[in-house]
Design a protein around this ligand. Structure first.
Ligand SMILES: *Cc1c(COP(=O)(O)O)cnc(C)c1O
Length: 362
């Protein structure tokens, strides 16, 4: 018999793949700005490493991901034991929830955030509670106030997907100080490479063996490796000893391991990626302002845009013109869309298509 609580789950809806649009609508020159992927493609160094390692695919990967952890530990200034590698950072989050949340245990997060948080909590029979955002920003004092004796985990995303807003160092420090030691905080930093405001905290600066804080990072966005599936958590080594009991032995494949090592050395690619995102987001925001379309100021590689009508309609219309974006109804924003920064010509095509779609039913 299927577990009854699974009937309450809504499956995660990913951004529409280009291949699917081609299959369903026959649109072949489409662009995808829906999943916050890197418009430059994968890091060239990562691609070269993948090619060099193809002939070893008959071998299982290193279950402990030894060399990448060594590299990462030097890169981040922490020890390899403070790292746990996953098949995307999503997997690390799933493992943390399965390690820390008993049936009926509470997970606290915010409204309008990454939908995987609620989904993974419900999957283990946990109770997902959300503190409202305040002016589109995470309200850390409200979140601290919402903690109860049942709260096991707090899930936060900075910059937050899908608003692109951030919280700052001082409010973060006050928040950490207000929490009881029984609550583990997970700080998901999937977009941290795109935050250029110096007041945005890095979870790495708050790492202590005796503090229940975990940071999540990914190679999917700034490093351009979303299709390979690799991300990681950093946090207390003792916690990872328990998480490792649940982790499947070969969760990070061989090519992901070598590609991530190579991508870490590719400072030029990261620099080009950040420059492209910074200039692209400035360009899109300036154009939106000029066209009288309102949006939420962002520190991420995507922009949440208000559209005065159901975002789902805008999404469908843009899809027919070969521009894949994201409708935000599932995130609690029925009259918003989200778009990620693409190549300059993709950004222009997005803006022109959006304007055309909005004017046609003005
Ligand atoms: C994209 C994203 C991730 C990264 O997920 P991976 O599994 O590493 O690809 C994590 N958290 C948020 C909020 C994201 O938007």
């Amino acid at each position: 018999m299927i577990l009854p609580h699974l009937a309450q789950l809504t499956p995660y809806q990913a951004g529409k793949p280009l291949e699917e649009l081609a299959r369903e609508l026959g649109v072949t020159d489409a662009i995808k700005l829906a999943s916050n992927e890197n418009p430059l493609g994968p890091s060239p160094r990562a691609l070269a490493a993948i090619q060099e390692n193809l002939a070893t695919l008959h071998r299982y990967p290193d279950s402990h991901v030894y060399y990448l952890k060594e590299d990462l530990s030097r890169h981040l200034g922490i020890s390899p034991e403070q790292l746990l590698m996953g098949n995307g950072s999503d997997e690390v989050l799933d493992l943390l929830i399965r390690t820390l949340v008993p049936p009926g245990g509470e997970v606290l997060s915010t409204t309008h955030t990454f939908l995987m948080y609620g989904l993974l909590t419900q999957a283990v029979g946990g109770v997902f509670r959300e503190a409202p955002l305040k002016e589109m920003r995470v309200d850390l004092p409200a979140l601290a106030q919402a903690v109860t004796p049942q709260t096991r985990l707090i899930l936060l995303n900075n910059p937050n997907n899908p608003t692109g807003t951030v919280f700052y160092r001082q409010e973060w420090e006050e928040f950490l100080a207000a929490l009881p030691p029984t609550v583990t905080v997970v700080l998901d930093e999937a977009y941290i490479e795109f935050a250029d405001d110096p007041q945005v905290p890095s979870g790495l600066d708050y790492l202590r063996e005796d503090r229940p804080l975990v940071g999540l990072r990914t190679f999917s966005k700034a490093y351009g490796l979303a299709g390979l599936r690799i991300g990681y958590g950093y946090g207390p080594s003792e916690l990872w000893e328990y998480v490792n009991r649940l982790r499947l032995p070969f969760n990070v494949n061989r090519l992901a391991q070598v590609a991530a090592r190579a991508a870490l050395t590719d400072g030029d690619f990261l620099k080009r990626t950040r420059e492209l995102v910074f200039s692209g987001r400035d360009f899109i925001c300036r154009e939106l302002r000029d066209r009288g379309i309102s949006f939420v100021p962002t520190q991420a590689n995507f922009i949440l845009i208000h559209v005065d009508r159901p975002g789902r309609e805008v999404y469908d219309a843009m899809l027919r013109h070969g521009v894949i974006i994201r409708a935000m109804d599932a995130y609690g924003f029925p009259d918003y869309i989200r778009v990620n920064v693409g190549l300059p010509e993709e950004n222009r095509r997005f803006l022109d298509t959006l304007q055309m779609v909005l004017e046609r039913r003005g």
